[in-house]
Design a protein. Structure first.
Length: 300
């Protein structure tokens, strides 16, 4: 059974890394659900039948390939959910770059608790480190241009908040966290609303003054319409080639933020950034990332 514990009663309940903080309460439900999924109906029958109830062990979590680490505090929270008395030392902070073989965390204490939490802890750390590593590659590939690399809502269902956190650990920024963050008028909205102008005017009339409005367009003629309304705060330039992106940036002339989107890869991101856009949104940061290989081994 999962313990309902206050993991750090004497500390701020924060998952921290690279000046970004994520409250533990936002991830505890994710951890509990993942553990329940792994436990099934009877729990860890392997550990229960092989490992003495009072056995003590020390294990080391280590990177098996180069990358940027994220999710270690979530992994720590996973272990603590099973046994808050485990002795855990983090050797690396989220957001740090490591090489293969780098020790990330040492866990000592009840062996059954460690083994029961192992796979869930590694799944979080591996997945989120994969997201952070992919983001860091994209940021580096974009070069010294002003464009900020942003994630999208193309995330694993149920894991959006922690995947968005991992993007931050890799040096990127977040687009909308959900549908209620900001207005983003896309092609289907425009078609159903009857055009760019009515869509923007309706949005302006129906949201509060604190809400930003972004609209997606894919032609320079549409961009002229958007600029003429004076309503949008951000324009998403969808699947435009670099020549059109440069023209769009010149047309905008600083009056609203320019975001490039669609088909961004490590090979194309530098050319896109060089057009002068402010933002580059990349769904691949989260929707098709490969987990970083992280292992947990017994320390004799």
């Amino acid at each position: 059974m999962l313990k309902n514990t206050n993991l750090h009663a004497d500390k701020p309940c924060l998952i921290t890394g690279q000046s970004f903080q994520l409250p533990e309460k936002l991830v505890q439900d994710l951890i509990d659900n993942a553990l329940r999924e792994d436990f099934g109906r009877m729990g860890d029958i392997t550990s229960q039948s092989v490992i003495p109830e009072d056995a003590i062990a020390t294990v080391v979590m280590a990177a098996r390939e180069d990358g940027v680490i994220a999710g270690l505090r979530i992994a720590e929270q996973t272990f603590k959910t099973l046994d808050r008395d485990l002795d855990i030392t983090l050797h690396i902070a989220d957001g740090e770059t490591v090489t293969a073989g780098t020790e990330l965390m040492t866990v000592s204490g009840n062996a059954r608790a460690i083994l029961m939490a192992e796979r869930v802890a590694l799944n979080f750390a591996g997945r989120l480190s994969g997201v952070a590593s992919k983001t860091a590659e994209m940021v580096q590939a974009a070069g010294a241009h002003k464009a900020t690399i942003c994630s999208t809502r193309k995330t694993t269902p149920g894991l959006r908040m922690v995947e968005k956190y991992a993007v931050r650990m890799g040096g990127g920024m977040n687009h909308r966290l959900g549908l209620d963050d900001a207005v983003l008028i896309k092609d289907n909205h425009i078609a159903i609303a009857g055009g760019i102008v009515p869509a923007l005017e309706s949005a302006k009339q129906n949201v509060g003054h604190m809400v930003k409005i972004e609209i997606e367009i894919d032609t320079l003629a549409q961009l002229e319409e958007v600029i003429a309304t004076g309503i949008a705060d951000v324009v998403m330039l969808d699947n435009m080639n670099c020549d059109d992106l440069r023209t769009a940036v010149n047309m905008i002339d600083g009056r609203l933020l320019a975001e490039a989107s669609g088909g961004v890869t490590l090979k194309t991101v530098a050319d896109i950034a060089a057009t002068g856009v402010d933002l580059i949104s990349v769904g691949a940061l989260t929707h098709s990332v490969t987990c970083l290989d992280i292992g947990l081994d017994f320390k004799a």
